[in-house]
Design a protein around this ligand. Structure first.
Ligand SMILES: [Zn+2]
Length: 250
């Protein structure tokens, strides 16, 4: 799926993509039944404020996936302005702004009538987490991109492969909220791995057309990534490690 609209509805949750910096995305989640609002990984304050204020001026939670500046730099100011609670991985708290809710992978928090589950996803960094929101939304930060994955800055192939496996095991119609618009840049390597993959070729053409008119390629359905993403299609940690190293040189 490639939805050009900034907002899509999934199971009573409005998911809004917010472009930040040169190629980052923060994500705003609004549970329509309760009116509760959460934001994932705000790198900047002003673009977040604009969307929050348009949605009613409420922000209950800011959820952080990992410690990199381009995912956390706007968090403290937004928390202070709106009285939100900052949520992150207790194990990485020393590298995150002061957490109000320090969770561990596997922990669940309430978000109106919806549950948000923190999921271990180390590999890009150690202590990276994803958030599974309800049954069919997952904010995956820099673990998984469309047609690619994050660089392995701190983790090892076994960790990263296990993290991708946890994402792959989610329901196939899960909507993936990724941290960067890297899709077009990922096309060439993916095609070099599986040049005959028809689903990948179709996605490559779609991405080319979307980017040619400045449209976003995200969010994306897990089922589409399972059919096209070479890192998600790796069948062992060794194969994943070889692909990740080859992509770094590509
Ligand atoms: Zn990062």
């Amino acid at each position: 799926m490639s939805d050009e609209a900034a907002t899509v509805m999934v199971d009573g949750i409005a998911v809004t993509r917010i472009a930040m910096l040169s190629d980052n995305y923060a994500w705003l989640l609004r549970e329509t039944a309760s009116g509760m609002v959460a934001m994932i990984d705000p790198a900047e304050v002003a673009p977040a404020q604009a969307v929050i204020d348009q949605a009613g001026g409420r922000l209950d939670f800011v959820l952080l996936t990992h410690h990199h500046d381009d995912h956390i730099a706007g968090a403290a100011a937004l928390v202070a302005q709106y009285g939100a609670k900052l949520v992150g991985n207790a194990a990485d708290a020393a590298r995150l702004p002061a957490l109000d809710v320090a969770m561990q992978p596997g922990d669940v928090m309430g978000f109106g009538d919806t549950e948000i589950r923190m999921m271990e996803s180390s590999g890009h960094t150690i202590g990276h987490v994803a958030y599974v929101i309800g049954r069919r939304i997952a904010a995956v930060g820099d673990t998984l991109f469309s047609l690619g994955c994050g660089r392995m800055f701190e983790g090892n192939p076994a960790q990263f492969y296990a993290s991708l496996g946890r994402i792959a095991a989610l329901p196939a119609d899960t909507l993936l909220l990724c941290g960067h618009e890297y899709t077009k840049g990922n096309v060439g390597f993916a095609l070099s791995v599986e040049p005959e993959n028809a689903a990948l070729r179709a996605r490559a053409a779609e991405v080319e057309a979307l980017r040619a008119r400045g449209a976003a390629t995200l969010p994306v359905r897990l089922s589409d990534e399972l059919a096209t993403n070479p890192f998600l299609r790796a069948r062992s940690a060794d194969e994943f490690g070889r692909l990740r190293a080859a992509k770094d040189r590509f």
